[in-house]
Design a binder for this molecule. Structure first.
Ligand code: MN
Length: 432
């Protein structure tokens, strides 16, 4: 007997990969845990006849000769089939898009960094020229869109998008996808969201706008990640964290969501003993006070682990400057020689203005070129400190409509950050 299994709290990617597996491993029986995501539960309640499967308690472990593991590589996350772990005559195959090390030892592993495991399965289905039904295409697309946030998470690869196109060609139904990806958001969740909004604080840290909120919850609540996502969207911050305090169980669940490519929630949660993706993650903290949890999160964000890149790392220096009494003519030739579009103007080493090519438009006649630069420079100074983040720099540039920011430390100009420095930084950050 060949079985295809996946992780507890089965999501669409896991379910889709198991079902895709049945097309690739003929005769293999899909096994779906009893604990599944609320959205997946809703989907299966309608599609049970089409996507048939058995639960782990219906499997006779001794009869299993081969097991195909989807979307996971850790035994702890498998429900009810722990005894398979110790079988040394078992053939094991793992398909996974998470690159974290696991403990399921397999003879055959297909582990690649992708937005979703189903993308790896689609590659195989394509290769073997399998024909899939529109229903299957719909489920596979649900998995792909859920794990990639409709192809927007930074973990999304080009192959994910090609796989989505392939599934759409095979008539994946987007209205079904939309209906089931819509979060399970009910009265309980609404109540928690309102509580979160009441106790929300907004902090600026390391150039990011952050909001944290603590809420006490009773028992188990589904879809807290959805609540935190809505919370972040409503407050329009770069990252939001919900600390859900369960006093009766003496534990705190921390869920984070980030919209800033450079603020990796997954790595913050990993530091707290949990995990996740750059955009979303969670951790479970037992017997740690909510105060301590909050402090930990803030120190991780402000600490160097996350945004280790500071303005001083991307700025250009030494800076070309001109004195306030330099003539416009001389300034023009400096700009030309150095290939800059603007330079800071200093008076006795103190920054007094900025002169850019744009300011030369104010020149009306030839004789104006003899005037000192201070007559034409912009005195509206927007500067940045070397310890700030590139994110903060881009915000300042947008807000003040300037293309360069002198980097000032103790009143002295020590460098300059231009729009292109910031651009290069953000493009370098994109995962490959
Ligand atoms: Mn997945």
């Amino acid at each position: 007997m060949i079985i295809i299994i996946t992780h507890k709290n089965t999501d669409f990617d896991a379910l889709a990969s198991v079902m895709a597996g049945t097309l690739l491993f003929s005769g293999a029986i899909p096994v779906i845990p009893k604990s599944i995501n609320p959205n997946v539960k809703a989907f299966l309640s309608i599609h049970k006849d089409i996507f048939q499967y058995i639960t782990p308690d219906q499997v006779d472990p001794d009869a299993v000769k081969k097991v195909v593991v989807m979307d996971v590589n850790k035994w702890e996350r498998i429900e009810g089939l722990a005894s398979l772990k110790n079988r040394n005559d078992l053939e094991v195959v793992v398909w996974d898009h998470h690159m974290i090390p696991g403990n399921i030892e397999a003879q055959q592993v297909c582990q690649e960094k992708m937005g979703a495991t189903i993308t790896l399965m689609v590659r195989e289905l394509k290769k073997e020229r399998k024909i899939i039904t529109p229903m299957q295409a719909t489920l596979f697309l649900l998995g792909l869109y859920e794990d990639t946030g409709n192809l927007t998470f930074s973990s999304t690869t080009a192959e994910d998008a090609y796989a989505a196109a392939w599934l759409l060609e095979r008539k994946a139904d987007l209205s079904i996808v939309n209906a089931f990806l819509r979060p399970a958001y009910g009265e309980k969740q609404k109540h928690i969201l309102f509580e979160m909004l009441k106790s929300a604080n907004r902090i600026k840290l390391n150039g990011y706008k952050i909001s944290l909120s603590r809420v006490e919850i009773e028992g188990h609540v589904d879809s807290l990640a959805v609540v935190v996502r809505m919370f972040r969207e409503i407050l329009n911050v770069d990252a939001a964290f919900g600390i859900f305090i369960n006093t009766s169980r003496k534990r705190n669940i921390v869920i984070g969501r980030s919209n800033a490519a450079t603020l990796d929630i997954g790595s913050i949660m990993k530091a707290l003993g949990g995990g996740g993706h750059p955009g979303a993650g969670s951790a479970l903290l037992k017997s740690v006070s909510p105060d301590a949890v909050e402090e930990l999160i803030l120190s991780l964000i402000s600490g160097n682990q996350i945004s280790s890149i500071q303005i001083s790392d991307i700025m250009s220096f030494p800076v070309v400057t001109v004195g306030a009494d330099t003539t416009m003519q001389k300034t023009a030739s400096i700009l030309r020689d150095k290939g800059c579009t603007g330079v800071p103007v200093v008076d006795n080493d103190v920054l007094v203005g900025i002169i850019s090519r744009r300011d030369f438009r104010k020149i009306r006649k030839e004789s104006n070129l003899k005037s000192p630069v201070k007559a034409y420079m912009s005195r509206n100074l927007v500067t940045i400190e070397p310890g700030k983040s590139p994110m903060e720099a881009s915000r300042l540039m947008v807000r003040h409509d300037v293309g360069r920011l002198p980097v000032v430390e103790d009143g002295r100009v020590i460098g300059i950050v231009t729009r292109s420095d910031a651009m290069l930084y953000f493009y370098d950050q994109l995962p490959d």
